[in-house]
Design a protein around this ligand. Structure first.
Ligand SMILES: [Zn+2]
Length: 307
């Protein structure tokens, strides 16, 4: 009888979860809510299934301009650890925390690293802000990913002290993989024939470029919406590809690569993708694709671009 009752209860909970669109949470575990993919993946690597892990951004969705629903907001306020990026795109999260989340356990990735301000590179479309914001794409450099993983490991161990040893062991193995990733990027740059890349749309890779000493030209700054790119910007990028005889022009994930193709048609270079890891497609998410996978693919594309 007890078993039937328990089964009925489970079924009711499942139906409610489906109806409310809320993820199913194991009540015996702390809940960690992440805004976007990088921290979701880092926490998955450190904590495994020791926590209920929720990513707010739907796989395949555009994360800039994310607007949480009421139920997502209440999930954040009720969770045990909230991990957001911080900066302009997460202004809503900072508003929510300042109004309601005084006691909420929250970590912003931008607080775990040294940030640089957003900048307008030569030829880039847009206006230089009087008070530039910190560039929020901190995870794009493996060195920063290491700092972030260290910070998140501390937060998770404080949340679940009885699992700290196991999680630190996971983190150590993962940090080793990130260190190898970083040295592999540097190894490619050490033998590179050129140190310039051209990016045909918005450019969230400043931290990676700074780390590798890569010069870049791009159409738009980091988090700008997919605004129309002017003819003069496209011409400027075509000139850069021609002048420096670059073999590759980059596009970003989830983009039709229209501008990159225009540049490629004009110059004969190849269009490749650099994945910013903001979010992954539904297919990649279901296949369990990781930050390391995406950054390894990026490394292969970068290798072609600098040789
Ligand atoms: Zn962004």
């Amino acid at each position: 009888m007890k078993r039937t009752l328990a089964l009925l209860l489970c079924a009711a909970l499942l139906l409610c979860a489906l109806a409310c669109g809320k993820p199913q949470l194991d009540v015996g575990k702390p809940t960690v809510v992440c805004t976007i993919f990088p921290q979701y993946d880092f926490i998955r690597q450190i904590a495994g299934d020791r926590v209920n892990l929720v990513m707010l951004a739907k796989p395949g969705s555009e994360v800039h301009g994310f607007d949480p629903t009421m139920s997502e907001m209440s999930m954040i306020l009720e969770c045990d650890l909230f991990v957001y990026v911080g900066g302009e795109t997460d202004r809503w999260a900072e508003d929510l925390l300042s109004k309601n989340g005084k006691d909420l356990n929250a970590v912003a990735l931008v607080d775990l690293v040294e940030t640089v301000d957003e900048e307008l590179a030569p030829g880039m479309q847009g206006e230089q802000e009087e008070k530039p914001e910190a560039d929020e794409h901190v995870w794009t450099s493996p060195v920063n990913a290491i700092r972030i993983v260290n910070g998140l490991t501390d937060a998770l161990c404080a949340l679940l002290p009885e699992e700290a040893d196991a999680m630190r062991a996971n983190a150590d193995a993962y940090l080793k993989a990130l260190e190898t990733l970083d040295s592999d990027y540097h190894a490619v740059m050490d033998t590179a024939q050129r140190k310039t890349i051209v990016f045909a749309e918005r450019f969230p890779f400043r931290y990676l470029c700074e780390e590798l000493g890569l010069r870049y030209y791009a159409a738009l700054p980091g988090c700008s919406s997919n605004e129309e790119v002017s003819l003069s910007t496209v011409s400027y990028l075509i000139e850069r590809v021609r002048d420096e005889q670059l073999p590759v022009v980059f596009k970003i994930e989830f983009s039709d690569g229209r501008i990159a193709k225009t540049i490629a048609d004009a110059t004969g270079c190849e269009v490749l993708e650099l994945h910013s890891c903001h979010n992954v497609s539904r297919e990649d998410f279901d296949a369990g694709v990781t930050y390391l996978d995406l950054m390894r693919t990026n490394l292969e594309s970068l290798k072609k671009a600098v040789n």
